[in-house]
Design a protein around this ligand. Structure first.
Ligand code: SAM
Ligand code: SF4
Length: 332
């Protein structure tokens, strides 16, 4: 254990950081961001060196898992260099370096990311139908994503698929996705759409509780609950027929915060203590003026700010989002 672990006011130990490397993205998923988002000016974004310094500061305080995310992390130039730099800490405090991606650039980068030490990636895939994939992402093409997934597998990287359940958009694809992931050997996690940031539509219209998703899967498969937890919001089951692992992330229908072990750093160096709350510490200017010592002290201050949990509400039409920033801005 690190000499001075990061422990918050509720006794939760922080061992997991999601590090956003950019707020930009080549897709415009309708539930995530508006079609014409205000992306940050590049000068406000942390340099690759600063991102690595922040990662190092967390590792020194006992963080064992880092996930690169965004926006779309793989559209940031130099992201492989960053993965390589952080990957050098594997086996020296850092136990795992992972990535969440839309997969559009994976075919090109998978082998280099694997060589940098990434052994697992989460790929967001909300539909296996090319037309529909286009409609949901409003820009993306399915084929390169499938090629990227294949490239990751060929590079020895385990793939987990994340699928957001969207009423009227992909709600007839839960079973086909379970089947496909079963055949391909991928774990699959379903996610409820969360009220984060302003988008064009009212999320209430697309919200589908995962109890409904589960009910539909159980019509065909036997789901066996497991005790597996990652300190995160997902609850896992095994499909008895295939042995495949399914996860359910249900921030709306269940509160999962009591075991929360994570914090998020945005691409501008804002450390958010909760995805759904405003509590934060600005690391960038501290780092630029005070270096690693100031950074380390800021982590202690941040621990006192971590809230007990989020207060997501989505059932009420017209309700404002829980926070004004989108998931892509915080780092999903
Ligand atoms: N661009 C990458 C991707 O799509 O995987 C990484 C960032 S994205 C913000 C991370 C995850 O957040 C994706 O699985 C995406 O589907 C999910 N997401 C984005 N906005 C969401 C929302 N409002 N509610 C639930 N999940 C959301
Ligand atoms: Fe981009 Fe990921 Fe948001 Fe889709 S979910 S718009 S891929 S950041």
């Amino acid at each position: 254990m690190a000499a001075r672990p990061l422990i918050d006011g509720f006794g939760r130990r922080i061992t997991y950081v999601r590090l956003s490397v950019t707020d930009r993205c080549d897709f415009r998923c309708a539930y995530c961001m508006p079609l014409d988002p205000d992306f940050l000016p590049k000068r406000e974004v942390l340099t690759l060196e600063e991102l690595e310094t922040i990662a190092r500061a967390f590792i020194a305080r006992g963080v064992t898992r880092i996930r690169l995310t965004g926006g779309e992390p793989l559209v940031r130039r130099g992201v492989v260099d960053l993965a390589r730099a952080i990957g050098r800490h594997l086996g020296h405090g850092l136990e795992e370096l992972t990535l969440t991606t839309n997969g559009s650039q994976l075919a090109r980068l998978a082998a280099d990311l694997a060589a940098a030490g990434i052994r697992r990636v989460n790929v967001s895939l909300d539909s296996l139908d090319a037309e529909r994939f286009r409609r949901i992402t409003r820009r993306g093409r399915l084929e390169p994503v499938l090629e990227g997934i294949a490239a990751a597998r060929a590079a020895g990287v385990a793939v987990k698929i994340n699928m957001v359940a969207l009423r009227g958009l992909n709600d007839d694809e839960f079973l086909p996705m379970v089947d496909w992931c079963g055949r391909e050997g991928f774990d699959l996690t379903f996610i409820e759409t969360m009220p984060l940031g302003h988008i064009e539509e009212d999320r209430t219209d697309r919200y589908l509780p995962l109890t409904e998703v589960r009910r539909r899967i159980e019509a065909r498969y036997t789901l066996v609950p497991t005790a597996e937890r990652t300190g995160g919001p997902a609850r896992y089951v095994r499909v008895a027929e295939t042995g495949q692992r399914l996860g359910f992330i249900t921030p709306l229908t269940h509160n999962f915060c009591e075991s929360c072990n994570r914090v998020r750093v945005t691409a501008t160096g804002t450390l958010y203590m909760c995805l759904g709350q405003e509590d934060r510490v600005e690391l960038r200017d501290l780092l630029r003026s005070g270096g690693p010592v100031a950074l380390d002290a800021a982590l202690d201050r941040a621990m006192a700010l971590k809230p007990k949990g989020h207060d997501f509400v989505i059932e009420r039409r017209g309700a404002p989002p829980a926070v004004s920033r989108t998931m892509s801005a915080t780092g999903g």
